[in-house]
Design a protein around this ligand. Structure first.
Ligand code: HEM
Ligand SMILES: [Cu+2]
Length: 548
């Protein structure tokens, strides 16, 4: 009995090639990373609570912000969006039974776990990387211990996992769409995942090259970055940002996709400007490869080289703004129901991402960036887009698809409280950083005793960080308890029209009893006949079974 039980667990989870289970494994693993990265952040904020504070040593502080950034980007946001959400949703949303290459899909997950564990192992041997998530040479190659080596190894493994995942998403979307699921009927999350997968495919190799040269310089005596021998550290920055700027869109495009799914459902209106929203994802993905040097304006670049990047960086804000206006137009005169996912998607994502996008435009401006580069203003900017943007959308999506994945409802009241605390916490933490930055507080410093007048801004930030910590605990409690004891969820609790809601909660193995035939677009709310027209098979829509 025991053994049989164990072997079924092994078969069900460890050996699984089912995209839904792999998606859930990705999701749980990324959430663990979120909590670890969050703990690092709380220690960082405690150290910065007042000038002269001595909670950790300066060395440990360097290690903590390096681990925080690396874990959040490579261990949480990217795998959550491209591993968990894309895996779970893309096949069902296009009416497929699984990903195109299910075994390779499992390999992507196990590589992700391995890469993550390699990074964490640095903690257990007491040699965490201390070079920042950007690992600029020459400092990074001169760092002592195994930190950099583990960081590079981990980035390589995670990069391989990303590339395999991206190939799967692209091939699945091109080849496995159900009959009638034309490109003009693809749900917007699928469009955004497609654009994202292309970015990963073309961007990750540059990162692989960049971090390999660090190791070669450190161990094999090459001189890529040895200025005395004729090397040039700028090369690394070019390679690194050629991947890492597009990577910020890996972290935002699927988030925009999630929000584009949720807003029409809770506004009970078709999405405004479907084509504009879909094509703007592709435009962003393309433009993302032409703005990278806006991270290097002060790195010794000539002004004539900076100006074109300033212009492209401003242009890339246009397709993002197009999406924001389309979401607002979708909300306009909708019958809005502020359930937890909708709160996270609208007040959370749309509100806060817009603030982050605007501060991005300031930074894209060369004369402004000369003053603000490497100050807390930049920290404020990227946390508004990553915490206010990516994380808020991830949370919206977790609550929204929770009933589908687990067949149980989350607790709505607790969900709303969690939203309120996250919203207050994130603004208290990051809004004051704009001012700290304009008062010239440099990022990555361990102390600010040289200017104690910065204390009050930092104290507000630290208090805000603790509030988000409480919110995170409420989130975890809601998810865990509801997965076990929540009320049973129906097939389609939100009355949504995309295909994943037209099958049971949780969906059967291979998703559909019978492959659906699609006859209309995904957001035709307000047209009572639509569900029947659209799904000509024995599925359940809003609690009713459709026949014929
Ligand atoms: C409206 C679009 C955006 C523009 C114009 C923009 C512009 C910029 C610029 C110019 C910088 C460099 C500032 C400096 O170091 O002096 C920067 C930094 C950064 N941005 Fe954005 N950004 C935009 C959107 C985003 C989005 C959507 C994300 C992520 C979801 C993001 C994440 C980051 C990160 C992580 C950094 C800091 C990297 C580092 O130095 O560690 N940005 N942004
Ligand atoms: Cu950038």
């Amino acid at each position: 009995m025991e053994a049989a039980h164990r072997s079924s667990f092994l078969r069900e989870w460890i050996l699984t090639v089912d995209h839904k289970k792999i998606g859930i494994l990705y999701g749980i693993t990324s959430l663990v990373f979120l909590f670890l990265g969050g703990l690092a952040a709380l220690v960082i904020r405690t150290e910065l609570f007042r000038p002269g504070q001595d909670v950790v040593t300066p060395d440990t502080f360097n290690q903590l912000f390096t681990m925080h950034g690396t874990i959040m980007i490579f261990g949480f946001v990217i795998p959550m969006l491209t591993g968990a959400f894309a895996n779970y949703l893309v096949p069902i949303m296009i009416g497929a039974r699984d990903m195109a290459f299910p075994r390779m899909n499992a390999l992507s997950y196990w590589l992700f776990l391995l890469g993550g564990l390699v990074l964490l192992s640095s903690f257990f041997i007491g040699q965490m990387p201390d070079v920042g998530w950007t690992a600029y040479p020459p400092y990074s190659i001169e760092s002592k211990g195994l930190g950099l080596d583990l960081w590079v190894t981990s980035v390589h493994i995670l990069g391989l996992s990303s590339i395999l995942g991206a190939i799967n998403v692209i091939v699945t979307i091109f080849n496995l769409r159900a009959p009638g699921m034309t490109f003009s009927r693809l749900p917007l999350f699928v469009w955004s995942s497609l654009a994202t997968a292309f970015i990963q495919l073309f961007g990750v190799p540059a990162l692989g090259g960049a971090v390999t040269t660090l190791l070669l310089d450190k161990h094999a005596g090459t001189i890529f970055y040895n200025v005395a021998a004729g090397g040039d550290p700028m090369l690394y920055q070019h390679l690194f940002w050629f991947y890492s700027h597009p990577a910020v869109y890996v972290m935002i495009l699927p988030a925009m996709g999630i929000v584009s799914e949720i807003i029409p459902v809770f506004a009970r209106k078709p999405i405004f400007g479907y084509k504009a929203v879909a094509y703007s994802s592709l435009t962003i993905a393309l433009l993302a490869f032409f703005v990278w040097a806006h991270h290097m304006f002060v790195a010794g670049m000539q002004l004539s080289a900076g100006i074109p990047f300033m212009v492209t960086s401003m242009i890339i804000a246009v397709p993002s703004a197009i999406k924001v206006f389309n979401w607002l137009a979708t909300l306009y005169r909708g019958q809005i129901d502020f359930k937890t996912p909708m709160l996270f998607a609208t007040l959370g994502f749309v509100g806060l991402f817009t603030i982050g996008g605007l501060s991005g435009l300031y930074l894209a401006n060369v004369p402004v960036d000369l003053h603000l580069h490497d100050t807390y203003f930049v920290v404020a900017h990227f946390h508004y887009v990553l915490f206010g943007g990516s994380l808020m959308a991830i949370l919206a999506g977790l609550y929204f698809w929770f009933p589908k994945a687990f067949g149980r409802m989350y607790n709505e009241t607790l969900g709303k409280w969690t939203f309120a605390l996250f919203f207050i916490g994130v603004n208290l933490t990051f809004f004051p950083m704009h001012f700290a930055g304009m008062l010239n507080m440099p990022r990555r410093y361990f102390d600010y005793s040289y200017d104690p007048s910065l204390a009050w801004l930092n104290q507000i930030s630290t208090i805000g960080a603790y509030i988000t910590g409480v919110a995170a605990v409420l989130l975890a409690a809601n998810l865990v308890v509801s997965a076990v004891r929540g009320a049973k969820a129906s097939a389609n609790p939100w009355g949504a029209l995309t295909l994943e809601w037209q099958t049971s909660s949780p969906p059967p193995h291979e998703n559909f009893e019978e492959i659906p035939v699609v006859t209309s677009g995904p957001y035709e709310y307000g047209e009572p006949e639509t569900p029947r027209k659209r799904f000509k098979y024995g599925q359940t829509v809003g609690g009713e079974t459709i026949s014929g």
